[in-house]
Design a protein around this ligand. Structure first.
Ligand code: MN
Length: 206
């Protein structure tokens, strides 16, 4: 695999970046509870082999360029398990991310032959690329990120455009594009339900 082009930014994206083919986004936090575990890193890629890493110091979440991108109705934001990232981004940046696409939901709606919907599983099966999840639980608040942290963080966004292409074909094959689209539109609401305390409850259950 060729080494990705990784650009590290402090506190915000530089001005003037555009993502005409949509932008893949992932976040790294101090844990899995958005109210407790703060946002440390936002990774972004236009699907061109470059990853932008935006690192946040504690309690400094101005980031006007990133916020504008997240809310830009003309730029599709591509996530893997968007439910978590969209909740974290709303909690810390105060922005509802929209429109969104989620490769995990696309996978669940189209790859019903398996229960393996993790990013590593998808990238391995659909793209033939091995990615490591070794740095997943490392200290993302460290003053200086290690090279392996930066590489890990970049690989969580570098493959999402290619995955989306494959999954879109599978959704079309199974006639579930519209269902997926409606699930994606509901995602910001699902994330909000998590933030206000309905994370365990299925409000549609009897
Ligand atoms: Mn990640």
């Amino acid at each position: 695999m060729t080494a990705p082009n990784i650009k590290l930014h402090k506190g915000d994206l530089p001005a003037g970046l555009t993502f005409p083919n949509g932008v893949a986004i992932d976040t790294e936090t101090l844990g899995l509870k958005p109210h407790r575990d703060r946002l440390c890193l936002v990774q972004l890629s236009g699907g061109d082999g470059t990853a932008h890493l935006v690192k946040f110091d504690a309690r400094t979440y101005e980031a006007p360029n990133l916020k504008a991108l997240l809310a830009d109705q003309n730029t599709l934001k591509i996530f893997h398990f968007a439910r978590f990232d969209v909740a974290v981004l709303e909690q810390y940046l105060g922005v509802v991310t929209t429109p969104v696409y989620c490769t995990k939901i696309a996978s669940k709606l189209s790859r019903t032959y398996t229960d393996r919907h993790g990013l590593k599983d998808l990238v391995g099966e659909l793209l033939g690329i091995e990615i490591s999840k070794q740095q997943q639980s490392s200290d993302w608040a460290a003053a200086e990120l290690s090279d392996s942290q930066k590489s890990y963080a970049a690989h969580d966004v570098l493959h999402l455009h290619a995955l989306k292409s494959k999954l879109d074909m599978m959704l079309a094959r199974e006639g579930r594009e519209e269902l997926a689209d409606k699930a994606f539109k509901f995602l910001p609401t699902r994330a909000r339900l998590d933030l206000v305390g309905f994370e365990e409850d299925d409000i549609f259950a009897h």
